[in-house]
Design a protein around this ligand. Structure first.
Ligand code: B12
Ligand code: SF4
Length: 507
């Protein structure tokens, strides 16, 4: 009986209809056929701790690997990993994912996370397991993308590996996942289709926006699978599960125009809708013909980081590229003509020299958003509050530290309600953002979501939409946003789902 099995855990990330757990699938692919492992998906387990404990009680498991993104996933990742170290001290605990990579210090200082995978784990994870299994611990220092504490308690960050050719990576073990959780159940009904697949086709991003958590890990590097490699998987899902929609979870799916157009050509006759994330200045370089092809191929909506309409603040955010406020306006018009919905995310509450400047900028952006809505009423708006990320060496991060901001020093603090809200970019605990400013932003967001409910929550249609719009119209048109309780009550009644928190509404 082997005693070196591995648990790969995806902590619960949303309350309903869940996305296929790509992070642990990719890690599973890296050890498939080499080591025995099991998947535990916190989203689909009624009592995931009991499941993990049952596995560990068999005595066959020696490794616990968890993916960890900020926010609600920490609610299971932190206490479970802690309990494993207390109750099964011989088990090696390994964290990966965006929280682990960005907050590696607090993770390792907890004393119950043994190793952090810094960015991609495709080579790092199997190499780490092999080094431990073969008792070749000196090897560990030479494994790339790894962070751990040495015997003196010092944190060691090993070299960063160049991004791998994504086409050479092993295929995901979907069929093996299916033996634990029905893959079909992960294919959700969304506003795009009845069977929506979540897919991730590239690593990193070629830009270095100073507010973005991708930057400290990928350092402006990007590598994508080829269009034909993506299409192989799409065909597999089409044939086996009859999918009719895809959510691309890449940080920047539209980085390579050539790849997007090739992919669009490939799926043009498959009757599949798709959604992905991109940059305005990148896609603005696509021609009208390109946009037409994409739309024909099923591109229904694109998520775009608009961030702000103010060119000075765009510079402060180190947005790179060529985006300007005027370009955002021109672009949403182009998208209207192309019949693709632009889903624009704004980051409000950036630091500024004075309190007045911080607030004026918020009010300015609120007006800008309303202008955008006038140009293209179908444009979807996502509002985030600026939550700092630890980009060591960036000017913005220095500015933030100087303004008195610091991250929690105890891992458990991250699951306190205020830090969880910080993760959700809803209440960032940044000293320059005063409660009245947060109220203004949140109240405006409520009124906006009342006047223009997201199309992604397809339950809010017909009379519900009309009622919400009518109730919100006076506030939206006069700018009187405070205490919008009547709109909140309707949102609560109809369980309105904001896509930025749990993903698109799905059933
Ligand atoms: C899908 C997704 C979600 C889904 C959850 C999916 C699920 N697991 O059920 C939903 C929509 C619920 C979601 C929500 C949120 N998300 Co989210 N999400 C993503 C997204 C788009 C894809 C994740 C993914 O599957 N990646 C594909 C895999 C293959 O890549 P990967 O995770 O990086 O895995 C590799 C390595 O990191 C490493 N690795 C990862 N885990 C592990 C584990 C082990 C053991 C090992 C060895 C290695 C390893 O190896 C893998 C293979 O190389 C990412 C962006 C992205 N492109 O990754 C954002 C992202 C992770 N989310 C983010 C955020 C902030 C959130 C939210 C907290 C806030 C928000 N408003 O967006 C919410 C709330 C989270 C919650 N409810 O728990 C941020 C994190 C930023 C940060 N500050 O660190 C990201 C990076 C988006 C962004 N650019 O801002 N999210
Ligand atoms: S373009 Fe998007 S994903 Fe890339 S660094 Fe900027 S915000 Fe992050």
């Amino acid at each position: 009986m082997p005693t070196n099995k591995i648990i790969l855990f995806n902590p619960k990330s949303a309350n309903s209809k869940h996305r296929i757990p790509n992070s642990i699938l990719q890690v599973g692919a890296s050890i498939h056929g080499k080591y025995d492992y099991v998947f535990v998906d916190g989203n689909l387990e009624e009592n995931p701790w009991q499941t993990i404990k049952n596995y560990l009680n068999t005595g066959e498991f020696k490794y616990f690997g968890s993916t960890v993104m900020p926010g609600p996933q920490l609610r299971q990742a932190i206490p479970f990993t802690k309990k494993i170290k207390e109750q099964f001290p011989d088990v090696t605990t390994i964290w990966g994912g965006y929280f682990a990579s960005n907050q590696y210090q607090v993770s390792l200082n907890s004393g119950y996370v043994d190793y952090v995978i810094n960015g991609p784990g495709d080579n790092t994870f199997p190499e780490l397991i092999t080094a431990i299994e073969s008792d070749n611990l000196e090897k560990i220092a030479s494994i790339k993308n790894l962070i751990y504490k040495n015997e003196n308690g010092e944190i060691i960050k090993t070299a960063v590996e160049a991004l791998l050719d994504q086409d050479t990576l092993p295929k995901f073990p979907y069929e093996y996942l299916d033996t634990f959780y029905s893959v079909r159940k992960y294919l959700a009904k969304t506003f795009m289709g009845n069977q929506t697949l979540s897919y991730h086709s590239s690593m990193g991003c070629p830009f270095s926006c100073s507010f973005c958590a991708v930057v400290p890990i990928y350092n402006a590097k990007w590598k994508g699978m080829s269009a034909s490699r993506i299409y192989e998987d799409v065909k597999y899902f089409k044939e086996k599960y009859n999918i009719d929609a895809i959510e691309f979870h890449d940080n920047n799916f539209f980085t390579s125009k050539k790849r997007v157009l090739e992919f669009s050509e490939l799926i043009v006759n498959d009757n599949i809708s798709y959604w992905g994330e991109g940059r305005i200045d990148t896609i603005n370089m696509y021609s009208d013909e390109d946009l037409k092809l994409m739309r024909k191929a099923g591109c229904k909506m694109i998520f775009l980081g608009a961030e702000t309409g103010n060119d000075v603040v765009l510079k402060q955010m180190n947005k790179g590229g060529t985006q300007t406020g005027q370009m955002i306006k021109d672009f949403v018009l182009r998208m209207k003509n192309a019949d693709i919905i632009p889903e624009l995310s704004f980051v409000l509450g950036m630091p500024a020299p004075t309190e007045k400047e911080v607030y004026d900028q918020i009010l300015w952006d609120i007006n800008f958003i309303k202008e955008i809505k006038q140009i293209n009423p179908n444009a979807e708006i996502i509002i985030y509050l600026f939550s700092p990320v630890p980009t060591e060496g960036s000017d913005l991060y220095q500015q933030i530290l100087a303004a008195g901001f610091s991250f929690p020093e105890q891992l458990e603090d991250w699951i306190s309600p205020s830090w969880e809200n910080f993760d959700l970019r809803k209440n960032p605990l940044t000293p320059w953002l005063k409660p009245y400013m947060i109220d203004t932003i949140k109240n405006f967001e409520t009124v906006l979501n009342g006047y223009y409910p997201t199309v992604s929550d397809f339950r809010i249609a017909g009379y519900k939409k009309t009622i919400l719009k009518t109730v919100s119209s006076l506030r939206y048109n006069t700018g009187i946003y405070h205490f919008p309780y009547e709109i909140k009550a309707l949102h609560k009644l109809w369980k309105y789902r904001q896509p930025e928190i749990e993903g698109f509404y799905s059933e």
